[in-house]
Design a protein. Structure first.
Length: 193
């Protein structure tokens, strides 16, 4: 048998599509919906629009939103070239003419992404799945103001950062003594000079 990945259909490669800003989701949804209608299931296999959930606090309210990891791009696994190395017209035009698509990265002769590139994209997607990422990234030793909980309005110094759990260990000065407290990212904010 061939040495291609187990689940990759014969001839399938990953390509990057350049989309209009904010149209990534529509492009993905349209292609997924109409590839069957257009009888392209043998050519178009998987579409990725990697995202992560970002949280921030404004005015004491925590909000989360979905942020695209690659704004302006959608990744598509498809059979675009025949055995003769020529573009297969039907899937080429279907994808290229999809509303919101600017074109394939690489223009009229799109080059497939290398396996390492798609592995990196999938790793970022995997890392972001089920996790909230703080909009602000903190560093050890940084002074922060606590905005929520029993220690609200106090300032403290970050001693440890636990990105897996979304927690910070902060030393807070209470009655002249430093006390370690554990807080979530969204319960603190950077002190602006």
């Amino acid at each position: 048998m061939s040495s291609s990945p187990v689940n990759a259909p014969a001839g399938a490669q990953w390509f990057a599509l350049h989309t209009l800003s904010g149209q990534e989701g529509k492009v993905k949804a349209y292609i997924e919906k109409f590839k069957t209608v257009e009888e392209l299931d043998d050519y178009i296999f998987e579409i990725l629009m990697p995202t992560e959930v970002v949280s921030e606090v404004k005015g004491g309210k925590k909000s989360t939103k979905v942020r695209k990891l690659y704004p302006g791009y959608v990744f598509i696994q498809m059979r675009l070239y025949g055995e003769d190395k020529k573009l297969i017209n039907k899937p080429w035009y279907f994808v290229k003419e999809t509303s919101g698509v600017i074109g394939f990265v690489g223009g009229d002769n799109p080059a497939a992404l290398r396996q390492a590139e798609i592995d990196e994209i999938k790793a970022r997607l995997e890392a972001a799945t089920g996790k909230e990422v703080p909009k602000v990234q903190y560093s050890v030793g940084e002074e922060v103001k606590i905005t929520d909980g029993a220690f609200a309005n106090l300032t403290g110094r970050i001693d440890e950062i636990d990105p897996e759990r979304g927690k910070l260990k902060i030393s807070v000065s209470i009655f002249g003594r430093f006390t370690p407290v554990e807080l979530e990212y969204w319960q603190v904010q950077r002190i602006t000079e």
